[in-house]
Ligand binder design. Structure first.
Ligand code: ASP
Length: 354
């Protein structure tokens, strides 16, 4: 009898106790993993000195309509059970085809009066990624970045080689003049005039140009999506910065700076002064803070943009989604063209700082 009690107590200790502990763990895990949104999508159309006083009502409406059109394309893909990869690509393509944004058509000009495009994409499930830099004749840079990921052994291709690869893969090739827009061309001319003034030391004139130039500098596009299968994806596409030269490449095609996605943490797309974003590894740092410091998406994006990037002197912002479907816009500039949609179809559409 004594032995029986001893035996059952041991069984209780070995069996029940760990089970309840396991149950307890399960409860915690379930709570932690509770989805806020089964699927979600977030986009940006660039950050910078975007001020209400410099924007006409018509222009504002144009931007808002285009952002809405773009995000709804991705939203419908996700709603029907499509992949985050497809949603990110198709959403970005709407913005690449619009002259409003500094990506695809509407890209800014280099010092040599050409358009050189950069883009990247990352898949949060496999951690596969693709990127292109300095491409001058491929209509959809984001599509090419995805092709590099799916159809080559490499992560990043540049310049002429990237164009040859695009041709071989049957992507649409355009004449470089396709990317010309008068607005961006004029921006370049103003910057060049401004450079001359600097040489002449005319401070008043220089200040006048600076205010103008600030407005025209940015406008990269980016998208992050979480699909119903729990997969995150992020993509970014840009013409870089006006007046760039010597084959300058910014953060947009750098995995970890302009784009990052990991199903364990989050997906991020950046926009802003690329040199600072590269030095800060902005997109990866957000994911790393979540992974290693257990931070929430909100806390991680805030620390990286408002604290670390700002202290370094960098300007810009990010859009991000975590694995549970939480979304975050974070920027330290006057504005950022941005939109998000949750699983219920609730649309958030904003331009200025709040
Ligand atoms: N990040 C881009 C670059 O530096 C510019 C931008 O976001 O507008 O090339």
């Amino acid at each position: 009898m004594k032995n029986f009690f001893f035996f059952t107590s041991v069984l209780f200790f070995l069996g029940c106790n760990p089970t309840s502990e396991k149950k307890h763990n399960t409860v915690i895990t379930t709570n932690n993993d509770k989805k806020v949104n089964d699927f979600a999508i977030i986009i940006h159309g660039g950050a910078g000195t975007i001020l209400k006083k410099n924007m006409s009502d018509e222009k504002e409406l144009e931007y808002k309509n285009k952002l809405e059109e773009a995000i709804k394309v991705g939203y419908l893909i996700l709603k029907k059970g499509g992949t985050s990869q497809e949603a990110v690509m198709k959403t970005i393509q709407v913005m690449e085809e619009s002259p409003l944004f500094n990506a695809g058509k509407g890209a800014v000009f280099t010092h040599e009066e050409t358009n050189e495009l950069d883009a990247s994409f990352m898949d949060g499930e496999t951690l596969n990624a693709g990127a292109i830099a300095g491409v001058t004749n491929v209509k959809s840079p984001i599509e090419l970045a995805i092709k590099v990921m799916t159809d080559s052994d490499h992560v990043m291709l540049s310049g002429k080689g990237a164009s040859i690869f695009a041709k071989e893969k049957g992507l649409e090739i355009v004449d470089p003049s396709y990317f010309y827009t008068e607005r961006r061309f004029k921006s370049l001319q103003r910057i060049k005039e401004r450079e001359k003034i600097e040489l002449d030391h005319d401070d008043k004139k220089a200040a006048f140009y600076d205010a103008d130039i600030k407005n025209a500098k940015f406008g990269t596009v980016g998208c992050v999506a979480l699909d119903k299968h729990g997969n995150l994806a992020a993509g970014t596409s840009t013409g870089g910065m006006t007046n760039k030269r010597w084959g300058r490449i910014g953060d947009a095609p750098i995995i970890g700076s302009g784009t990052y996605a990991n199903n364990k943490t989050c997906g991020v797309s950046s926009t802003g002064w690329g040199e600072y974003f590269i030095r800060s590894q902005v997109a990866y740092d957000i994911s790393a803070q979540m992974e290693y410091q257990n931070k929430s998406l909100k806390d991680a994006t805030k620390d990286v943009i408002k604290n670390k990037l700002t202290k370094l002197g960098g300007t810009g912002g990010v859009v991000a989604i975590d694995k549970k479907g939480n979304m975050s816009f974070e920027f330290n500039t006057e504005g950022m063209y941005r939109a998000s949609m949750n699983e219920k179809g609730k649309l958030v559409l904003k331009i200025y700082k709040e």
